[in-house]
Write a protein that binds this ligand. Structure first.
Ligand code: TRP
Ligand code: SF4
Length: 400
């Protein structure tokens, strides 16, 4: 069975901070060993909100890719590319737009939320309304099975599933589909065609999800099938026809527990970040000057870690023993805040050392980053183009 596919993207909006690392990149690095991963720079998505400040995008793209590589994304394992270098993303977006009901887009919660949040900017644009559909195109182009995202993005993945389903329903019926599916069924061999039909009935008549899962596994496991036949059997099973686009699932990344220097969400706009690649001295200074429990005015005043943003960092970076030492020492005024901060500084510096090291060759030789992405673009293009050929054919656009 071929490897499951993973796709995820980030908008280039500046250098990445440790919230990005703990919230997303660490997970990407883990996934690249298990599945076929596609990670891309969503520069068009960045344009939907930064259309009046395009310089930011241009300045951020390469730094962001270097941050990915610094985190341990390995271009030998994962495909790293840039959205705008593959016009297939735009092509699929426009084709999907023909069949996507306007109401679906208007109802995506981020549409209104973001407009309210970024009220200083006119986001009543065509591009911004289409943001989730462009994201669907990103995902469906690579037939991704899994999309690692934070909770805020889950509605976009659900939306993508609906778009894929609608597309398959509208365009997935090839002439003679039933006969072809039945012929494919014979090729399953053994008694598996009988089992398939039983499971199919259970799913179609009773909506039995377990039967659906078993049916899918049965099809996936049968080695004797050609790809087209396998897809027909998937489609015949759930009544959707030939499956042209794969319905993805969200791989929910646990929300990053890293908060900012001031205890709020870590974000560039709050000025409370620690970058992934800080100079050790600058990093130490940021921690040393960060606020602590405001009740600890003097060294002799006892404190409460629950009221202190430094404690948040201990929860991410410190061992149980160190955390115990903080709890006891803070509450009894047995330790001072400077003392308490040192293990955090040490752990952060240690975490970033290999990042600096991995980034160094790219920083010193920017041509190398360009090459990584060039290579990734080519790999991505092959996969994207395969999907587009099916899509064009299904939509009656493959004239010769
Ligand atoms: N919308 C995503 C974000 O803001 C970025 C993104 C664009 C994305 N296309 C994607 C994420 C496709 C996952 C898959 O974080
Ligand atoms: Fe915060 Fe540590 Fe100071 Fe307590 S001792 S207030 S946890 S920095």
């Amino acid at each position: 069975m071929s490897k499951q596919r993973v796709l995820s993207g980030m908008r280039p909006t500046g250098r990445l901070h440790i919230g990005h690392y703990h919230g997303a990149l660490k997970n990407w690095v883990r996934l690249q060993d298990e599945m076929a991963c596609f990670f891309f720079v969503a520069d068009w998505h960045a344009l939907t909100t930064a259309y009046d400040d395009v310089q930011v995008i241009e300045n951020s793209v390469w730094d962001m890719v270097i941050d990915w590589l610094a985190a341990g994304v390995d271009p030998e394992k994962a495909t790293v590319f840039i959205q705008s270098r593959l016009p297939q993303h735009a092509e699929l977006h426009v084709l999907l737009s023909m069949m996507t009901p306007l109401g679906w887009l208007e109802r995506v919660p981020t549409y209104k939320d973001q407009q309210e949040k970024l009220s200083g900017k006119d986001l009543a644009t065509y591009g911004f309304l289409g943001y989730p559909l462009l994201q669907s195109a990103d995902i469906l182009l690579y037939q991704a099975n899994h999309v690692p995202v934070g909770e805020d993005q889950v509605p976009h993945i659900e939306f993508t599933r609906e778009v894929a389903r609608r597309f398959n329903h509208l365009f997935g019926r090839e002439p003679g589909f039933e006969d072809k599916a039945k012929a494919a069924l014979k090729k399953l061999g053994g008694k598996r065609d009988k089992l398939y039909l039983e499971l199919r009935t259970r799913y179609q008549q009773e909506g039995d999800k377990e039967a659906l899962a078993q049916g899918r596994a049965l099809i996936a496991e049968s080695q004797s099938l050609a790809n087209a036949d396998r897809e027909r059997l998937y489609g015949y099973f759930d009544g959707s026809g030939k499956q042209i686009l794969t319905e993805p699932g969200a791989l929910l990344t646990e929300a990053s527990r890293v908060v900012g220097l001031d205890g709020q969400k870590m974000s560039k706009s709050y000025g409370n970040t620690i970058m992934m690649r800080e100079e050790p001295e600058a990093l130490a200074k940021k921690i040393k000057t960060m606020p602590t429990d405001t009740n600890r005015v003097r060294r002799t005043d006892p404190g409460d870690p629950a009221r202190c943003p430094v404690w948040n960092f201990h929860q991410v970076y410190s061992s149980p023993e160190t955390r115990e030492w903080v709890q006891a020492g803070c509450r009894s005024a047995g330790i001072g805040c400077i003392e308490c901060k040192q293990p955090v500084i040490d752990a952060m510096v240690a975490e970033q050392a290999p990042m600096h090291e991995r980034a160094m060759k790219y920083v010193q030789n920017p041509k190398l980053v360009r090459e990584v992405v060039e290579h990734g673009n080519e790999r991505a293009r092959k996969v994207a183009e395969e999907t587009m050929q099916d899509v064009r054919a299904a939509m009656g656009l493959a004239y010769s």
